[in-house]
Ligand binder design. Structure first.
Ligand code: IPM
Ligand code: MN
Length: 372
């Protein structure tokens, strides 16, 4: 398969983790005989610095001419600490989502066996957790009308949803549930919000098209509690934009590090694949950022194009790196861990020579080799 991939590394650790994902995709292309072309463009704070615009026209043009977008991270403390800044890096990401109609954001959350003790949650609670969050991504309070009065003392953000906006993401969530544990949980605040009541009504209707999938409802406050009290009760969580944003960060605690969580933003002509973590500016350039979220986002990109075998190989390589603790310090028991680049190299190597890599590592375990 031939794919043109737009690479938007962005800010902070974005470039260094994205570089590992590219390395891994290149290995996949070589091993499985595909052609992946990569072209880079600016987004976020770096784009503001260089062009004054967090999403320059050039970037939009490149994305439009591509099959998929590989996104790094955006954000810079310069802007976080200045609430009056009119131009902000996040606008680049939000515009990109809106412009390309990426209405569904898919965020898988898994408790890896090897990392059970990395989570502050008890092993018995998280063991076996496998959740997929379907977050609506182009509507709700994020995109509703915003206002601030002249005195700058009263502000508002409108939360609005249409039936169609709810339907299209709900269908995707139900379809996903069909090939999983066949359960959708709609998270809302229907005891207070009109938009949530519309979500319940529309989703209940849609559920009739999927008789093999069960549907239940949770208020978001309760869902926040249930997620860490008993995460195994969940299969697919379907929710609106802001609830999905908050719950997915909370759920990342289950996996042991936010540095592991990948996401896909789909629905429009071009899908975007990105880690759910931010730009972690304190770690920039230090080689300590965990590249797994970005690498697993590359696997989601391949899945999106039906390249399941290839995606599976990446997942296996990641699992192997966890098993052998070739990991960055956030999830390593050895205090230092290995570098971002080293994790990428290992995963690349495993993709190209799974047997050999296994063999060498077994030898290392026996103290017979220092090849790797
Ligand atoms: C995310 C991020 C973004 C969001 C920010 C950077 C605008 O937190 O992708 O989860 O809130 O959607
Ligand atoms: Mn977020």
């Amino acid at each position: 398969m031939k794919l043109n991939i737009a690479v938007l590394p962005g800010d902070g650790i974005g470039p260094e983790v994205t570089q590992q994902a590219i390395k891994v995709l290149k290995a996949v292309a070589l091993e499985f005989d595909h052609t992946f072309n990569f072209k880079e463009a600016l987004v976020g704070a770096i784009a503001i610095e260089e062009t004054g615009n967090p999403l320059p026209d050039e970037t939009i043009k490149l994305c439009k001419a591509s099959n998929a977008i590989l996104f790094g991270a955006i954000g810079d403390p310069k802007f976080d600490n200045d609430p009056s800044a009119k131009v902000r890096p996040e606008q680049g990401l939000l515009r990109l989502r809106k412009e390309f109609g990426m209405f569904a954001n898919i965020r898988p959350i898994k408790a890896y066996e090897k990392l059970l003790d990395k989570s502050p949650l008890k092993e018995a609670i998280i063991k076996g957790t496998d959740i997929c969050i379907y977050r609506e991504l182009t509507g709700g309070i994020y995109f509703g009308e915003k206002s601030l009065n002249e005195e700058k003392t009263i502000a508002s953000d409108l939360c609005q949803y249409s039936k169609e906006e709810i339907e299209r993401v709900a269908h995707l969530a139900f379809k996903a549930a069909q090939s999983r544990k066949k359960k959708v949980t709609l998270v809302d605040k229907a005891n207070v919000l009109e938009t949530s009541r519309l979500w319940r009504k529309v989703v209940t209707e849609i559920a009739k098209d999927y008789p093999d999938v069960s549907l239940d409802f949770l208020f978001v406050d309760n869902a926040a509690m249930q997620l860490i009290l008993n995460p195994k009760q969940f299969d697919v969580i379907l929710t609106e934009n802001m609830f999905g944003d908050i719950l997915s960060d909370e759920a990342s605690v289950i996996g042991g590090s936010i540095g592991l969580l990948a996401s896909a933003s789909i629905g429009g002509k071009v899908g975007m694949f990105e880690p759910i973590h931010g730009s972690f500016p304190q770690a920039k350039g230090k080689g300590i950022a965990n590249p797994i979220a970005s690498i697993l986002s590359a696997a989601m990109l391949l899945e999106h194009f039906g390249l399941h075998k290839e995606a599976r190989r990446i997942q296996q390589a990641v699992e192997k790196s966890l098993e052998l603790e070739i990991t960055t310090s956030d999830i390593s028991t050895k205090n230092s861990g290995v570098s971002t680049n080293r994790v990428g190299d290992f995963i690349e190597d495993f993709i190209l020579h799974p047997e050999e890599t296994n063999l060498n590592l077994n030898n290392i375990h026996l103290g017979q080799s220092t090849i790797i």
